[in-house]
Design a protein around this ligand. Structure first.
Ligand code: TEU
Length: 550
């Protein structure tokens, strides 16, 4: 514990489609990523995670793979990839690939071969089942992206399972030949020098092959067999390389996190957990306008952070390609406090125990977009949910658009804002998705040389992690859990105590540091307000965040 390179690292996630386009087709590409590697390194990043770059029909932006050994043509070639990997390594960073193996695209050759010839070995790479006697689907599961999880195929009079969408048929992990095929593919990338994987929706691969009905109509996942599969993967592949793995799955309890990412190293290194980003869900699921309940959120973090010590490791994040922009969600877009709140949220996240993930543009304080027209939306999840809740439900179009503005995935997928030239410098062509109109104000060029910028603040946070042992290995202690405004916690390492204080509101908030720190004059390690008078006033300004050493 605390000595693995991935425990001491900061990860930067790139969503290739929206990062940087060099050939003017409006879609980001690998040479675009290569051209920005210095920018990423200068942020203090150790590991780059690429969202999928494999061949794909792109129904879910690459999370629907049709060729695991190929590069998506719009992103470039395998030579471009090799150059990119070399560029990452030559800057002292590592590269982690997304591994999407709960499902493939319905255009994958395995899936097509199984339809063509049900006697072929590929048929059993997926879950094909006969319908019930009355012709209805084999069980009651619904897909994550709405509708039944089962799609009928006339040719063979069978249904196939797609827990996310009909374009994403689930792979049958109970088949050892399929698992061997996946391990072979993983070795191909590792032998090229890739440094690890982010395993997409990996808990979904754990299904009881009997596929029983579920109590709530959602797919029954996280069956204990997932741990057998991951232990096998670990023996067959992971343990033979110096790499890092991060699994992704919603709905994990603290006990689950330990099973997947226990420090014994038998499965994965860490999980992308969802308890915080799902704190605000309600009967419509994620599509609501709720803001987080701060005391409840602190309670959840305390359970995880205090529970993980000596037991498992975790990722730290609020933003990724599936989540709205964190400054819009937890902070404010009000120009008076926008940058300050972006810094405060970053400080709160980066000072916890775990490996922080920065999602492209987060380091600039990029915001959600005020979506006005349905035609501007691109995300399958948003469009399907709109159809279900508005066209076939009771939500008003305006109400649903407001939910999408606050929680939709497209907010994260608007192009990276590089500068104030047209299309934010992302492309010379027409971007595949709208650029956020606030790019003249929020962009990388205006921030990289400004010591007060959000970008510069992230540099301070990454530097702190690289120089202060307490950030890595100090114990976490949640305090003042009932306080409705201040997110407070301690990090404690051998007689040294850091107090992290974050005001999550736009009102001043009183917090007496003397209730925690014994010394008469605490020292400010880092804060987001240059000339703060907090130590004297014991009053945090709106969205103020700071670290004190007592
Ligand atoms: O997401 C997995 C997942 O659990 C989703 O339900 C996620 O919670 C959802 O996007 C939230 O709105 C992964 C990928 O990150 C996502 O982009 C893919 O669409 C999904 O798997 C299917 O591959």
């Amino acid at each position: 514990m605390f000595n693995e390179w991935w425990e001491r690292s900061v990860i930067y996630q790139i969503y290739p489609k929206s990062f940087c386009d060099t050939d003017g087709d409006g879609i980001g590409d690998l040479p675009g990523i290569e051209s920005k590697l210095d920018y990423i390194r200068d942020l203090g990043v150790d590991i780059v995670w690429l969202s999928p770059i494999y061949r794909s029909p792109d129904r879910d932006n690459g999370y629907d793979v049709s060729g695991y050994y190929e590069i998506q043509p719009a992103y470039g070639t395998m030579e471009d990839f090799d150059r990119l990997l070399e560029g990452v390594h030559s800057r002292g960073m590592k590269l982690v690939m997304d591994l999407v193996v709960n499902h493939t695209s319905d255009q994958h050759p395995w899936f097509k071969a199984g339809i063509e010839d049900p006697a072929s070995k590929y048929h059993d790479y997926y879950y094909w089942r006969k319908g019930k006697a009355d012709g209805s689907p084999p069980n009651n599961w619904n897909a994550v992206f709405k509708g039944s999880a089962w799609t009928y195929n006339h040719k063979n009079d069978e249904y196939y399972l797609g827990c996310f969408s009909p374009f994403q048929p689930d792979l049958n992990w109970s088949n050892p030949a399929l698992r061997a095929e996946i391990y072979r593919m993983m070795r191909f990338w590792l032998d090229k020098g890739v440094d690890g994987f982010r395993l997409d929706a990996i808990g979904f691969a754990g299904k009881d092959p009997a596929l029983p009905d579920s109590p709530d109509g959602g797919p029954l996942i996280l069956d204990p067999c997932i741990h057998d599969y991951l232990q096998e993967m670990n023996r067959e592949v992971l343990s033979r390389y110096d790499l890092m793995t991060v699994g992704e799955n919603a709905g994990l309890s603290v006990e689950d996190m330990q099973k997947f990412a226990g420090l014994d190293g038998g499965e994965l290194n860490m999980m992308i957990q969802f308890f915080h980003v799902e704190e605000d869900i309600d009967e419509h699921g994620k599509f609501n306008t709720n803001r987080v309940d701060l005391p409840h959120l602190k309670q959840l973090f305390a359970e995880q952070q205090e529970g993980m010590y000596g037991k498992f490791w975790t990722s730290l994040y609020w933003s990724n390609h599936d989540q709205p922009r964190q400054v819009s969600r937890l902070g404010t877009e009000d120009p008076r406090y926008r940058d300050r709140s972006a810094k405060m949220i970053a400080l709160n996240t980066h000072l916890m125990m775990g490996t922080p993930f920065i999602y492209q543009g987060e380091e600039l304080g990029m915001t959600n977009l005020r979506w006005e027209h349905l035609e501007d939306l691109r995300d399958l999840e948003e469009l399907n949910a709109y159809d279900e809740f508005v066209n076939h439900g009771t939500m008003s179009p305006a109400g649903m658009m407001e939910c999408i503005r606050m929680k939709g995935r497209d907010n994260a997928r608007t192009p990276m804002q590089w500068n104030d030239s047209p299309q934010a410098g992302f492309t010379a062509g027409k971007p595949w998705i709208m650029v956020n109109p606030n790019y003249p104000e929020i962009n990388a060029e205006s921030q990289i040389n400004d010591p007060d910028s959000v970008y510069a603040f992230y540099q301070k946070l990454t530097a702190l992690r690289h120089t202060q042992e307490i950030v890595i290995s100090g114990r976490y202690k949640g305090i003042a859990l009932d306080d409705p405004s201040v997110f407070a916690y301690e990090r404690i390492l051998e007689g040294q105590t850091w107090l992290v204080l974050c005001n999550f509101t736009e009102k001043e908030a009183v917090f007496d540091w003397e209730s925690v720190l014994s010394s008469d004059g605490p020292r400010i390690i880092l804060g987001n307000i240059e000339d703060t008078d907090y130590i004297r006033t014991k009053t945090l300004l709106p969205y103020e965040g700071l670290i004190l050493e007592g």
